[in-house]
Design a protein around this ligand. Structure first.
Ligand SMILES: NC(=O)c1ccc[n+]([C@@H]2O[C@H](COP(=O)([O-])OP(=O)(O)OC[C@H]3O[C@@H](n4cnc5c(N)ncnc54)[C@H](OP(=O)(O)O)[C@@H]3O)[C@@H](O)[C@H]2O)c1
Length: 331
């Protein structure tokens, strides 16, 4: 089977396609024949050793896959060959086959195609956990999303609307704003690219207050960097600031701002929560599949790449060219 691997730390151009033996399942594992691999921002970090997990090399990037069960381990009773599943592997997905723990697989609804399935659980799971369990949303409140046209951002738009929130989508271009409006955002806002100077930060803060009619109740920050503080300055009294990710860098925040607004800055670490609270995760997964069946959410796969161009797929994300999701297909 073919596998795209990282043999040394480096950018997407250092990934290599190699031929490997098919894996065998351990007792609690299944082997999946992979059809599609969702590309996520952590793929760009893990190959340069800047992610929280540092797998031994050679390894394949690719944290979530969709495919068909080929073989099951001796102790697996929950799955059988032929089942269509999503596999949350963390890494190791950019290849034709993978051995994965059975309890890290979810059966795919019949109506969900493989490309959408591979782009589903990490983004919607994160945004649902963030908004539902960390955001304390109340219908009618205003949700402000930084990086709204990206993977987790678009999921936050759709879920925010499903929760009855007024959604303000912020991103770096008119094209991305238009895309967010087409996905249900009520208002769009364009911010400049690059490190914002003091004046640009002030302007961003004022823009947010202006389009929201005074301030926002929940901030979903999937960008970080120089965008964080001006956004926090536009948060309402007792607002919630959700820390999701840092493609633009890890910001430092003056703590006095939280006192002045009696507001909360809340961390959101979906993967760790899933491992600690499997029962609650199962509830959320079922609710997300119900939203999908009711057409309230739908992964937007804007571009696909063949397996041998997996590096280009990751580069596409890093270049901020993607809207919604990028997916690698094995055939
Ligand atoms: N907390 C969790 O549990 C959790 C779970 C999943 C993902 N995450 C994190 O969430 C963040 C977003 O992930 P994603 O998969 O949605 O990524 P994505 O699809 O690439 O979206 C990220 C967005 O960030 C913006 N951005 C701003 N500065 C950027 C820069 N220097 N480089 C690249 N993008 C930049 C881009 O939008 P504009 O061009 O419009 O600015 C882009 O659309 C990542 O940091 C990821 O690690 C966290």
């Amino acid at each position: 089977m073919k596998a795209v691997v990282s043999k040394q730390p480096g950018g997407p151009e250092t990934l290599e396609m190699v031929e490997l033996d098919s894996p065998k399942p351990g007792p609690k594992q299944v082997v999946l024949e992979i059809k599609a691999i969702g590309v996520n921002f952590p793929d760009s970090l893990i190959i340069v050793d800047r992610y929280q997990f540092k797998p031994d090399r050679p390894f394949s990037p690719g944290g979530e896959v969709a495919g068909v069960v080929k073989e099951v381990g001796s102790e697996v009773t929950s799955l059988k060959p032929g089942d269509r599943v999503i596999g949350s592997c963390g890494w190791g997905g950019m290849r034709e086959e993978i051995a994965i723990e059975a309890d890290r697989c979810l059966a795919i609804p019949d109506e969900m195609p493989f490309d959408e399935a591979s782009a589903f659980i990490l983004t919607y799971g994160t945004s649902y956990y963030g908004l539902k369990r960390r955001g304390d949303p109340k219908p009618g409140e205003t949700l402000f999303i930084l990086g709204a046209a990206g993977g987790v951002g678009v999921a936050a738009i759709e879920l925010g609307k499903a929760m009855g929130l007024k959604v303000i989508a912020a991103c770096s271009s008119q094209e991305k704003v238009d895309f967010c409006l087409s996905k249900g955002a009520d208002v769009g806002l364009i911010y400049p690219m690059g490190d914002l100077d003091r004046d640009q930060q002030k302007e961003l803060s004022n823009q947010i207050k202006e389009v929201s009619g005074g301030g926002v109740d929940i901030i979903y920050d999937a960008v970080g960097g120089a965008y964080a503080e001006p956004s926090l300055r536009a948060l309402n009294w007792e607002g919630r600031y959700l820390v999701i990710g840092f493609p633009a860098g890890i910001p430092k925040i003056p703590l006095n701002l939280t006192l002045l607004k009696s507001c909360d800055i809340r961390g959101v670490f979906w993967g760790a929560w899933v491992r600690q609270f499997p029962g609650e995760y199962e509830t959320d997964v079922q609710e997300l599949f119900d939203f999908y069946k009711d057409s309230k959410i739908k992964p937007h796969v804007s571009k696909t790449f063949p397996l041998d161009q997996s590096g280009d797929a990751i580069q596409h994300l890093m270049d901020r060219k993607a809207t919604g999701k990028v997916v690698v297909l094995t055939e």
